[in-house]
Design a protein around this ligand. Structure first.
Ligand code: AMP
Length: 620
């Protein structure tokens, strides 16, 4: 297929632009490209400005600011400064609930399975929109440094990211005006940066140990015929360099008078990080880090640092052992070890790895902060067709998916996925007693199915009548090596199933594919906004349905005033449904949600007391 790129501003096709690799990190993000003169990957940015903090500050008038400026607002405006948004991407409140106190901004605590939203000064943001702001900033920087347009990128994600988190990352790219050529696993990118996997005749098993500022991941990969397979992943999304700093702070606090603790805390954290970096490389081995001012005198040497953080290091090694066990491998079966993340600069990290993998040398010659972005750039270069020495496997030219509520396109197989492949996703019913489900299959990049190309449909009938949300319908998309798509739908509780076979490329010329891509990119921003509006409307409709049913069944639990207010709030929400502004609908949902939350509790209490009333106690 012809390679194309598109100038979004002019809407014209261009034959030359810069294709980049982006490491969209939890703490920092970084962009890299392959220098056409040297053929080598390089990070983009001036010294000291390579890392863009993944922080978005929303100003009082609702304007988002990204990077270093935003990071400064972390202390002055914690409630309107969003950090670690990657941890929220593609997640529901239920997923992140346990760590809610960690965030200084308001995450809407809708106790359901919907994707989380963040509220800042009456405006509602999804993690997708906020990540899009970070990606836009990276795109802008890359364009201003190189003077070229950047419309295409490879974006990396942790290997454990599920489908929803990957889709959210892809959507964020779209919103930022980027065609995401591929979502690549971070450990795969790190291996590529070291050239591992580029020679398709080599077969290797690799361990990637990634210890960053706030997260720890370890993955075992198998590369064969140029294909990377993740054999296992382990880690801790709340363990990183920050925890090592905290141990130093705790160590120092032991020697400080209690009355100093609270006010000293913030400055001690910064000093602890400085001390850590010093003892880990800035000083001669026997030297000691010291700091003294009018308030306190502090010291740290490498030996004590190693001792007080031993339990954290042990934790990472334990995860590594688990990852090896999951992959059914022993350390001597590993061919390469790659380290990623700033915290792998702590000398004991490499020492522990070296003693476990005695037979091989750890790959650590590249900058551990940059290695993921560098690898993403290599993959981007290959996908852009700039490397004739690397054979690319066949890929799907356009995304494939099904239509969901509100006429939205739900992608199961993204464009550029290597084939053969298989993707499975679970769905459920939206109405009580629903016994049929029509599954319409579409191809294309637009957010609304009406704008994509319909490939076929199948009807799954005979679903046993159950309350909405209970049936579990698994839809599987399979593409074989010839590009034939088979769609299967199965209701898991009853076992009823149906399938169809479709030739996805039939009737589409290269020109058709190009036109569809051009349409999707020139409409990307509006499309994503439309999707969010449709999602908000669908959510509001479902909420009104649930609340109305609750009132019908449980009116006795509520006072007259409560019933009246609930109905008024439902009506108010109904009247927002025709609005184009999603924030108005979301505000209505939020208000109704807050008001009705205690009712659910009353229902629970009622259920418990009637259950107790039903139990009888045997007389002795
Ligand atoms: P990353 O998230 O990969 O950018 O990693 C940032 C983490 O690496 C932070 O916790 C830093 O304190 C830590 N770090 C950076 N340089 C060093 C160093 N020389 N020694 C120890 N830790 C470091």
């Amino acid at each position: 297929m012809a390679k194309i790129s598109i100038n979004i501003k002019s809407g014209t096709l261009e034959k030359e632009d810069l294709v980049v690799g982006i490491d969209l990190g939890t703490t920092n993000s970084i962009v890299a490209f392959v220098n056409p003169d040297t053929g080598k990957p390089e990070v983009l940015g001036k010294a000291g400005e390579l890392l863009v903090p993944s922080v978005v500050h929303i100003t009082h008038d609702g304007f988002p600011m990204v990077g270093n400026i935003a990071r400064q607002a972390l202390i002055t405006h914690p409630e309107s400064t969003i950090f670690s948004v990657k941890r929220l991407l593609g997640r529901s409140y239920k997923d992140v609930e346990a760590h809610a106190p960690y965030y200084t901004y308001r995450i809407l605590d809708e106790a359901d399975e919907k994707l989380v939203r963040i509220e800042v000064n009456g405006k509602y943001f999804t993690p997708i929109e906020l990540s899009a702001e970070i990606l836009s900033e990276l795109k802008r920087r890359a364009e201003s440094i190189t003077g070229k347009t950047v419309n295409r990128a490879v974006v990396t994600v942790p290997a454990y990211f599920n489908d929803s988190q990957r889709q959210a990352t892809r959507d964020a790219g779209k919103m930022a005006g980027l065609e995401v050529l591929r979502i690549v696993n971070e450990p795969t990118a790190a291996s590529l940066a070291y050239g591992l996997g580029l020679n398709s005749s080599e077969a290797k098993t690799i361990v990637v140990y990634d210890l960053g500022g706030g997260t720890f991941d370890v993955s075992v990969l198998r590369i064969e015929d140029g294909v990377f397979e993740v054999l296992s992943t382990q880690g801790d999304t709340y363990l990183g360099g920050d925890d090592f700093d905290r141990e130093i702070v705790n160590h120092w606090l032991k020697c400080l008078p209690e009355k100093l603790h609270l006010e000293a805390f913030k400055s001690l954290r910064l000093l602890a990080e400085e001390a850590k970096r010093q003892v880990c490389g800035g000083l001669l081995f026997e030297e000691m880090y010291t700091h003294s001012d009018e308030q306190f005198k502090l010291g740290l040497d490498y030996g004590s640092f190693e001792t007080i953080t031993l339990h954290l290091m042990d934790k990472t090694m334990h995860s590594l052992q688990m990852a090896l066990k999951d992959a059914k491998l022993t350390p001597d079966e590993i061919d390469e070890v790659v380290v990623v993340g700033g915290s792998t600069r702590m000398p004991f990290v490499k020492q522990r790895l070296a003693s476990l993998f005695g037979h091989i040398k750890v790959n650590d010659t590249l900058n551990p902060d940059e290695v993921v972005a560098l690898g993403a750039a290599v993959e981007a270069d290959v996908l852009a067709g700039n490397r004739s020495d690397i054979l690319l496997l066949d890929v799907t030219p356009l995304s494939l998916g099904i239509e969901t509520l509100g006429g939205l396109m739900d992608v199961l197989i993204p464009r550029n996925t290597k084939i053969p492949c298989k993707y499975v996703k679970s769905y459920t019913t939206s109405v009580d007693g629903q016994v049929n489900m029509g599954i319409n299959v579409y191809q294309g990049e637009r957010e609304l199915t009406a704008e994509n190309r319909k490939l076929g449909e199948l009807l799954l009938s005979g679903i046993p009548a159950m309350p909405a949300g209970l049936p579990k319908i698994e839809v599987a998309f399979l593409i074989n090596a010839d590009g034939i798509l088979t769609v299967e739908a199965k209701e898991l509780r009853s076992g009823v199933q149906q399938h169809i076979e479709i030739k996805p490329q039939y009737g589409l010329s290269d020109a058709d594919v190009e036109r569809m891509l051009l349409d999707s990119l020139s409409n990307a921003k509006e499309d994503v906004a439309k999707r969010m509006q449709v999602e908000a409307r669908t959510e509001a409709e479902q909420m009104i349905y649930t609340v109305t049913r609750f009132l019908e069944k449980n009116a006795v639990l509520l006072s007259d005033v409560e019933i009246k207010t609930t109905l008024e709030l439902c009506n108010a929400l109904k009247s927002t449904l025709t609005q184009l502004d999603k924030d108005t609908i979301l505000k209505g949902i939020d208000t109704l949600n807050e008001y009705t939350r205690p009712f659910a509790e009353r229902l629970m209490n009622k259920a418990v007391s009637s259950a107790l009333a039903g139990t009888h106690i045997d007389k002795i």
